[in-house]
Write a protein of this length. Sequence first.
Length: 351
Amino acid sequence: MDEVSLPAEAEALTGEQIAALLVGAAVWAPSLHNTQPWLFGTDGRELSLYADRGRQLMAADPVGRQMLISCGAALFTARLALRSAGRIPQTQILPDPADPLLVARLSWPRRAAPSDYELRLFDQVLRRRTHRGGFDPLPLAPELLEVLRAGAKRDGAQLRVITDEAAAATLAATVQTAEQALRLDRRRVQEMAAWVSPPGSPRRDGLPATAYPARPVHTFPDFPGRDFARGRGWGLPPASTDAAARAAGVVCLLTTAADRPADWVNAGQALQRILLTSTACGVAAALHSQPLELSWLRESIRIQLGGGSYPQLLLRLGTVIQTAASVRRPPASVLFQHRSVTGLSVDRLAD
Ligand SMILES: Cc1cc2nc3c(=O)[nH]c(=O)nc-3n(C[C@H](O)[C@H](O)[C@H](O)COP(=O)(O)O)c2cc1C
């Protein structure tokens, strides 16, 4: 990238304004149950991203794998926001072995104008939404799938597109088995319920009633969604009266070669690149982590369908008219001056 001069408004940004821009975008990353498990610190020269252990789901995610995937998605978004402001991100992932909650340090020592691709991706940050349901029965362009695969690789992950029908049916069966098991696990049910708010709630995290269907949606093969509504009548009414199962879409597994915290962060970065690229092409994604929360099912997927690599998330991609809406906490509530966030992380580590 050549160093060039930027439009006056981007040139003139102070370090604090850049940090605010990055966090304003990063909070729109996807996260497990919209827990938004992140905090940011800045000294005006760099941005530190911390995992917020107070928002980790101890029943669903006891080792914090999904928490770090969520933080990785926020990190990718912050890096993209930096590019949109004409700065070149310099990123250190998990830079301090003594502070495992410090997910990344991001600085912007040099400048270069953003490419059209980067600007187009950045435009999707607020538009992207998780889809929960079926898709139109249309194939996706093979070129898009190739771009998604190549993008995941750049972030240190693999996107495995499951083209074999029997393999897709096997994956669907793992989601069905997991969903049944999770619904019988009182601790997990209570934990998830704490992140689902009633219609009209002013809450800015968790699942609002505008984010999921009121009644189970069936796909073929059947990939059941999480039961956020729990028969309370909360959630979106069906988009049509036709109860026939819709297409499951293109089934994909996001995997990494190893299974360390840095791989989880990379998987999150790859996830957000995949989701934003898909959104830019009019393609929506449904996410399923249910079978990956049960170690025996995760291991079976790893061996049978992951080619031995570690499954981090299951995705279904397709075209559909989306109606879901989500919420986020205000960026100012998660961005701190450097010193105070370091104190926070020490407090939480001492818990
Ligand atoms: C690691 C991870 C796991 C997720 N698992 C699921 C899932 O199993 N089911 C689901 O409906 N959404 C899942 N999601 C999507 C989140 O619920 C979603 O990102 C969050 O509610 C915010 O909504 P948005 O993506 O529309 O902005 C997951 C997201 C992440 C990052």
